[in-house]
Write a protein that binds this ligand. Structure first.
Ligand code: SF4
Length: 318
């Protein structure tokens, strides 16, 4: 610790996950290969800085495919889309590249398979989140949304013996387990998904925050308000013992008053956040006397995903 007693604990892992890295590279490669403009349906990842930077480079973000000119190129975001969105793009003769994270696609496949086997699927997730809309759109007749433990009591199911739960990939692990145990109290025959739906990156970032939060007077999470996994990190920090926690997009969002009487500040970032923004926060904290930085490492991540087929280099003959 520094002489002043002020220090920063920096969570590791933090920031970009393999799915975000792939989605952003997908848009960058599409720009290089096809030139501007490239259309992207919804924010490619939920981060203000990423969206602003890509906009400057010639990306046009739209809400729906009907805003894209006939025949143009559109990239679908990391959160995945429903079959209805693919169909509407096809109807307009759009060229498409799907940057859905493979771990979201995995949940889509599970939803399709259980629906085919005539299961009713209880999808734990946040109402209105793009990922949930995409997954639910795979089998709308078979899926009911469960938005947290409090929505369990009002559920009505068709057949309790053919019931399975799935989840959004970016939820709080603890809150999801609470929802599942409430579900199981009501529906004892409820089946578990074949594998974890909450992705490795979400889990790892929550574990790292939990490890450092009890030692922190304040935890600053770098991330945007519409980033589910970033918002969860604030909640997890508070539940794990941080005295205060705030979400900031940029260093300039830090309110100096937050640092009154604080000696240890934890810093982490959501899975859609470029490291340059974390560096900005560390520089700002150093100006306030928090120049000593200790890293708290709970996992090492090495996973990477191949780019969508349309952007992979062509194999050389022979
Ligand atoms: S947070 Fe998880 S599911 Fe979402 S893009 Fe990253 S790895 Fe994929």
């Amino acid at each position: 610790m520094s002489d002043s007693g002020k220090r920063v604990l920096l969570a590791e892992p933090r920031g970009y996950c393999a799915g975000v890295d792939r989605a952003i590279e997908t848009v960058e490669r599409a720009l290089e290969k096809h030139g501007a403009p490239v259309y992207v349906r919804k924010e490619i990842v939920h981060n203000k800085h990423v969206v602003e930077t890509l906009t400057e480079r010639g990306v046009i973000f739209v809400e729906e495919t009907d805003e894209v000119p006939e025949g143009a190129l559109v990239v679908f975001s990391a959160h995945g889309v429903s079959p209805a969105v693919h169909a509407s793009a096809a109807q307009r003769n759009l060229r498409t590249i799907d940057a859905a994270c493979p771990l979201v696609t995995k949940v889509h496949q599970e939803a399709k398979r259980f629906a085919r086997d005539d299961y009713e699927i209880l999808l734990i997730g946040h109402d209105g989140h793009e990922e949930v809309e995409g997954t639910a759109g795979e089998a709308p007749e078979h899926i009911q949304l469960v938005d947290g433990p409090d929505s369990v009591d009002s559920l009505e199911v068709r057949d309790e013996s053919k019931l399975v739960w799935l989840s959004q990939t970016t939820l709080s692990v603890d809150e999801t387990m609470e929802t599942v145990s409430r579900l199981r109290e009501r529906f004892p025959q409820l089946q578990d998904p074949p594998s974890d739906d909450i992705c490795y990156a979400t889990q790892n970032r929550q574990v790292a925050v939990k490890a450092m939060a009890p030692d922190c007077d304040l935890v600053i999470v770098v991330g945007s308000q519409n980033s589910s996994n970033s918002v969860r990190l604030v909640e997890v920090a508070l539940q794990a013992g941080a005295r205060a926690s705030h979400l900031v997009d940029y260093a300039r969002d830090i309110d100096e008053a937050w640092l009154d009487g604080v000696s240890t500040v934890g810093v982490t970032s959501g899975a859609s956040v470029p490291e340059v923004l974390v560096r900005g926060v560390l520089d700002r904290l150093a100006e306030y006397g928090f120049g000593t930085v200790e890293t708290v490492t709970t996992a090492n991540e090495t996973l990477t995903f191949a780019l969508p087929r349309e952007l992979r280099p062509a194999r050389s003959a022979g």
